[in-house]
Design a protein around this ligand. Structure first.
Ligand code: BTN
Length: 241
């Protein structure tokens, strides 16, 4: 397993995708002190500051069914959350599917991207952004983002945190590989789920509804209990998101 370290890049995900096109990079971690064009989910930007965060991307070249790849994002969320708890002693939680939050604010985001190398091998890159020792955020993020240092009032040892996250990842990844599902993660994951047994609003493309978040199932889908009118009758149903 290799670590590739940069002072400054546009995005560690972009570098990882480039490297990951060649077989032999399974397990390689790309790290940077600063990203000039950090990428977030849904085409958003990811704001980074120099030298005080953990901006890294893990390259995987697993022989798994491509439709199972999205579960790896949840595996990663679980690993990051456990790593943060272990190293900082803080009570972080997972916001489904893959944000890590503390006191209602985000400390970590995960962006998984994939491409096909050949008919047998997929390249999956998992980008992890942890606001570790960041002291401040731009105005537009102040209310929604926080850092481990701001929460704990202590400087975080980034190397220990990376090592711990990777150790947990390896463990949870091996569990995933057995049957390519989250059967053995469901309990741990649901215990860390911030909105568990709380009312959540599910916003779809053309509809939205309120329900009770019950937790994930072995595919990583969120189970939500809600009331629905079916043929004139009010019924409690469980939907998957
Ligand atoms: C999100 O929108 O929540 C996902 C953010 C992912 C950010 C990380 S930082 C390291 C890696 N490189 C990127 O450009 N993005 C991910």
């Amino acid at each position: 397993k290799k670590v590739v370290y940069f002072n400054e890049v546009d995005s560690t995900n972009v570098i990882a995708k480039q490297l990951g096109k060649t077989p032999g990079y399974h397990g390689t971690l790309v790290l940077a002190e600063q990203q000039n064009a950090g990428r977030g989910r849904l085409g958003r930007k990811w704001s980074t500051s120099k030298g005080d965060g953990i901006w890294m991307t893990l390259i995987l070249q697993p022989q798994i069914r491509i439709e199972h790849a999205s579960m790896l994002t949840l595996v990663t969320a679980l690993a990051v959350n456990q790593g943060i708890r272990k190293v900082t002693g803080l009570n972080s939680f997972i916001k489904w599917p893959n944000d890590i939050v503390m006191n209602g604010k985000k400390v970590c985001g995960i962006l998984t991207e994939m491409s096909t190398i050949n008919e047998k091998l997929e390249c999956i890159v998992i980008g992890i952004g942890i606001n570790a020792n960041r002291d401040s955020f731009p105005d537009e993020l102040k209310n929604t983002a926080t850092s481990l240092k701001l929460e704990s009032k202590k400087e975080i040892d980034r190397v220990s945190l990376i090592a711990s996250v990777m150790k947990y990842f390896e463990m949870y990844y091996e569990m995933f590989k057995k049957e390519e599902n989250l059967k053995e993660h469901v309990k741990d994951y649901n215990e860390m789920l911030i909105n568990r047994n709380r009312q959540v609003k599910i916003v779809g493309n053309d509809s939205e509804y309120i329900g009770l978040a019950l937790g994930i199932n072995e595919t990583g889908a969120l189970l939500v209990q809600t009331d629905e009118t079916i043929r004139g009758e009010r019924k409690t149903v469980i939907k998957t998101v």
